[in-house]
Design a protein around this ligand. Structure first.
Ligand code: NAD
Length: 247
């Protein structure tokens, strides 16, 4: 069924794979990405998708800003259709050991990774519950589960997603709306592959699977959670991490 599926951070490493997997599932993906991006970056992304036979609209917003999310979601609903699937995927890191972490590093990560979940979910929640069908997937991280030195800000936001999901899922499951998360381990996006080779090999050495994950492996988990027959799964987290950490 062709339902409008918004992916925040939709033109990033994992977001792109998610948009493709959703299109393959028959959804109408819509990428929402940062309004500070250079227009040529967005145009290249759209051209790359068009070359793959995919027509995926891109809307620009700042997910840290409630008003920007409201305006963008309103536009998407008017121009594409009601948003029935939301993947809160936009996220950043600003790593530092706690004794060196600045209030700005703390704020940027909390606002981008956590306020965004509220800011975007608020725009679509009423519509989903009123229509009696909706899927919300929040992208967490293995570092939200296990914690990571140098990432108190990031780990805090990713762990917060589990609490948000468990609470909201109880409010809306009767209305046909599910709220789940995915906690990826190390995935071979450009960013991760750009890590210095010796450091990357060390990281890979800690992964029982002996390799990085593929963006498509996260994307197919998104498709699984938003499927028509996934309506009995809610408040849950799926780790996709090659065995590096278990719930
Ligand atoms: P990425 O940097 O490739 O993509 C993130 C996207 O979010 C970018 O396109 C960026 O423009 C967008 N974004 C950032 N700030 C924004 C804002 N204020 N408003 C709107 N858009 C904004 O990163 P990625 O690796 O694709 O990560 C996607 C998600 O997966 C993140 O939440 C990340 O924490 C999580 N994650 C990634 C990995 C990994 O190994 N890549 C592992 C665990 C979790």
């Amino acid at each position: 069924m062709s339902r409008v599926a918004v992916v925040t951070g939709g033109i990033g490493g994992l977001g792109t794979a998610m948009c493709k997997a959703l299109a393959e599932q028959g959804r109408q993906p819509v990428a929402v990405d940062y309004n500070g991006l250079k227009p040529e970056v967005v145009e290249k992304w759209k051209a790359d998708r068009a070359a793959e036979g995919l027509n995926i609209p891109v809307y620009l917003a700042d997910v840290t800003d409630f008003a920007s999310c409201a305006e963008t979601c309103k536009k998407i609903e008017a121009e594409v259709g009601p948003i029935e699937i939301l993947v809160n995927n936009a996220g950043i890191t600003r790593d530092a050991m706690f004794h060196k972490m600045s209030p700005e590093q703390w704020d940027q990560v909390i606002k981008t990774n956590l306020y965004s979940v509220f800011n975007m979910t608020k725009q679509v929640y009423e519509g989903m519950t009123a229509r009696g069908w909706g899927r919300i997937v929040n992208i967490s991280s293995v570092n939200g589960l296990k914690g990571q030195a140098g990432q108190t800000n990031y780990s805090a936001t990713k762990a917060a997603i589990y609490g948000f999901n468990k609470a909201l899922s109880q409010e809306c499951i009767k209305k046909g709306v599910t709220v789940n998360s995915i906690s990826p381990g190390y995935i071979g996006t450009d960013m991760v592959r750009a890590i210095r080779e010796d450091v990357l090999q060390k990281i890979i050495g800690t992964i029982p699977a002996g390799r990085l994950g593929e963006p498509s492996e996260i994307a197919r988990t998104v498709a699984f959670l938003v499927a028509e027959d996934a309506g009995f799964i809610t408040g849950e987290d799926i780790t996709v991490n090659g065995g590096i950490y278990f719930h």
